[in-house]
Write a protein that binds this ligand. Structure first.
Ligand code: PLP
Length: 392
């Protein structure tokens, strides 16, 4: 194969999600006989609840195997609209909803639809790496909001104000937050709202994919603030709360005109989301919610376990996460970079985790553990981490 590949220039602006690379490395080590504890990947270790799997099987047998309307089946859009209206407190209609293969397309397509060359997009850093990647890719300027440990990794209005310029076109929020587990409560959201309330040209992409995985208090969305639903895209989906990562089912709620633009992009890209998958969304959102509650209770027990265990390790500092299933301890006292520390834990004791810099440059000095693993494995990992860090 002698032909030299010449990629389009825009590819140089595209980032990636290193979680998948670390997972591949950890799996390769496993294949060579090493025992690995996986605390790197952000997906529930539970099976999708049986009644949801059954609903998809039934739908497949009933013929939901064809193309569907690009934005989703009307009945399912209605179910999602009702679900989000209840969760968020905004009266969404089916026309506000676009159903997508996973929640990620909501991120990419809304940025593609709204951001012009040179438009500034403020995003949390450390944060989900695709925000920065997508904003830069479309020609925008990704402007990091450096989240700080001393603020509990929460965004604050006063600090946000300093980043807002005439060119700001979008603000990305993520609560509960990946990778820190921080939650934006009403107070923080009020502070943020104060900064942007008079700027009708600023859109908010509110990533609420972990909104159900919350350990204290109520989920609050910026979309519920006066006038904000008219310029907020709520990103949500089935992956995390219902343990359905591999099904690739997500959705966005947004003003109807934007939903139409995003649907047009969907038609150009993936056409539609599988019909039987959408029937699984319907079953999940209208069926019994006990399994979600059970999973969240288990995540909470694991959160308590891992936080208590990490606190026992000298020189590590830990901020207690209030949601999602991640903890983001500081490793600043060990004289290693985040990447070196993540590599060291994998090589020395077979504990896979992610470098804080996998979430942007302000993640330096931290590592992320995902506690979507059994309590038994978390206990074992804690012992191993403690033993090896004590040697440094
Ligand atoms: N947003 C955040 C903050 C995430 O952590 C993830 C997945 O890890 C997503 C969005 C994407 O979700 P999905 O797998 O449904 O595309």
């Amino acid at each position: 194969m002698g032909i030299k590949l010449r990629l389009a220039e825009r590819m140089s602006r595209l980032g990636t999600e290193t979680a998948f690379e670390v997972l591949a490395r950890a799996r390769a080590l496993e294949a060579s006989g090493r025992e690995i504890i996986h605390l790197e990947i952000g997906e529930p270790d539970f099976d999708t609840p049986e009644f949801i799997r059954k609903a998809a099987q039934k739908a497949m047998d009933a013929g939901f195997t064809h193309y569907t309307p690009a934005a989703g089946l009307p009945d399912v859009r209605k179910v999602v609209a009702d679900h989000l209206s209840k969760k968020i407190g905004v009266a969404y209609q089916p026309e506000n909803i676009v159903i997508t293969p996973g929640a990620k397309p909501v991120m990419f397509l809304s940025i593609l639809a709204l951001i012009e060359t040179g438009d500034e997009v403020i995003y949390p850093n450390p944060g989900f790496p695709i925000y920065e990647s997508a904003a830069n890719f479309v020609g925008g300027k990704a402007v990091p909001y450096p989240l700080q440990e001393k603020d509990g990794f929460r965004m604050e209005g006063e600090k946000l104000k300093k980043l807002v310029t005439d060119k700001t076109r979008m603000l990305i929020l993520n609560s509960p937050h990946n990778p820190t587990g921080a939650v934006l409560g009403k107070k923080e959201l009020e502070g943020i709202f104060e900064v942007i309330k008079s700027r009708e040209d600023i859109w908010v992409l509110s990533d609420e994919i972990y909104g159900r995985i919350l350990y204290d208090g109520q989920h609050t969305s910026i979309a519920a603030f006066p006038g904000m639903a008219e310029r907020t895209i709520v990103l949500d989906g089935m992956s995390k709360a219902y343990a359905m990562t591999g099904w690739r089912l997500g959705f966005g709620a947004m003003p109807e005109a934007l939903a139409q633009a995003v649907t047009k992009l969907a038609i150009n890209d993936f056409s539609c989301t599988s019909g039987f998958g959408q029937k699984a969304i319907e079953a999940a959102l209208t069926g019994p919610q006990e399994e979600v509650e059970k999973m969240v209770a288990e995540f909470k027990a694991r959160r308590d376990l891992i936080v208590a265990g990490l606190k026992q390790i000298p020189r590590l500092t830990v901020t207690e996460p209030s949601g999602a299933f991640y903890v983001f301890p500081s490793i600043k006292d060990f004289g290693k970079s985040s990447k070196e520390m993540a590599d060291y834990l994998l090589e020395s004791v077979g504990v896979a985790c992610l470098s804080g810099t996998a979430f942007g440059k302000f993640g330096e000095g931290y590592i992320r553990f995902s506690y979507a693993n059994s309590q038994k494995n978390i206990r074992l990992a804690l012992e191993k981490i403690k033993t090896t860090l004590e040697k440094l």
